[in-house]
Design a protein around this ligand. Structure first.
Ligand SMILES: NC(=O)c1ccc[n+]([C@@H]2O[C@H](COP(=O)([O-])OP(=O)(O)OC[C@H]3O[C@@H](n4cnc5c(N)ncnc54)[C@H](OP(=O)(O)O)[C@@H]3O)[C@@H](O)[C@H]2O)c1
Length: 224
């Protein structure tokens, strides 16, 4: 991809254009889609990312959902954002292995749990989801390299992670992020809000490959 980048208008792109612009160049591929305000807040006044998103973000969010084989989220995000059954398989990442209440009656096979052998809720989650839908990927932590490999082996090779900040930090630290999509909304909030990453330092250089604009909202596609 080119180093010099034109700012493209989101409104001039059809859904088919967006599908082409965001196509994964190869598989397995893991992209993470996040949103923040200009001053770096990853949540709105309501304490959720839903409090800062807008129609432009929703268009790219929908594109990335359309293109992926599965959605990967941290258990914290699934709890806070009230994730329910999706059109694509949902992969939860949780050290404790606890299935959020509202996912306990999910369609069989629509939700997978990635957790570790020491997870306190392992047996209960196996009973809810079925043993084959609970991936034990490590003793005391979830091995995210192994997660990407295991999901690809199940035909889920194009992965979309929707965060949250702790999971994004860990995915970056383990070197499994191929692409970061960041929507910057034209707002400033101050106050106390998480950033899009949370946890011990990482330092991952990124290369801008696409920048879309819509009424001051910037939608960047960055490759690692
Ligand atoms: N701005 C955005 O784009 C965006 C996107 C998503 C979420 N958010 C916001 O972020 C907030 C939630 O933040 P968060 O950092 O708590 O989200 P998170 O990373 O989704 O959740 C943290 C929890 O997820 C599990 N987890 C994360 N990384 C893990 C790993 N490497 N291995 C095993 N388990 C892992 C753990 O669950 P267990 O405790 O179950 O072990 C952990 O307590 C919410 O307010 C949400 O609205 C913002």
């Amino acid at each position: 991809m080119d180093d010099s980048m034109d700012l493209m208008k989101l409104s001039e792109q059809s859904d088919a254009d967006l599908d082409a612009l965001y196509a994964a160049p190869s598989t397995p591929w893991l992209r993470v889609n996040m949103i923040s305000t200009v001053d770096g807040a990853a949540t709105g006044p309501d304490g959720r990312s839903g409090g800062i998103n807008n129609a432009a973000d929703k268009r790219v969010f929908d594109t990335l959902r359309r293109l992926c084989d599965a959605v990967v989220v941290g258990a914290g995000t699934a709890r806070d954002e009230g994730y329910r059954d999706l059109s694509k398989p949902l992969v939860l990442v949780s050290r404790r292995g606890e299935l959020p209440t509202r996912l306990r009656d999910a369609e069989p096979g629509s939700v997978l749990m990635a957790t570790c052998a020491a997870a306190e809720h392992l047996d209960e989650t196996r009973a809810f989801l079925g043993e084959e839908h609970v991936l034990v990927l490590g003793q005391h932590r979830v091995d995210l390299v192994e997660l990407k490999r295991t999901l690809a082996g199940r035909g889920l090779a194009s992965l979309l992670s929707e965060g949250g900040p702790h999971l994004l930090r860990d995915l970056l630290a383990e070197g499994v992020v191929d692409e970061l999509n960041l929507t910057v909304v034209p707002r400033v909030l101050a106050g106390e809000h998480p950033r899009i990453t949370n946890g011990p330092p990482v330092d991952v250089p990124l290369r801008l490959s696409l920048l879309l604009e819509d009424s001051g909202t910037l939608l960047g596609r960055w490759l690692t």
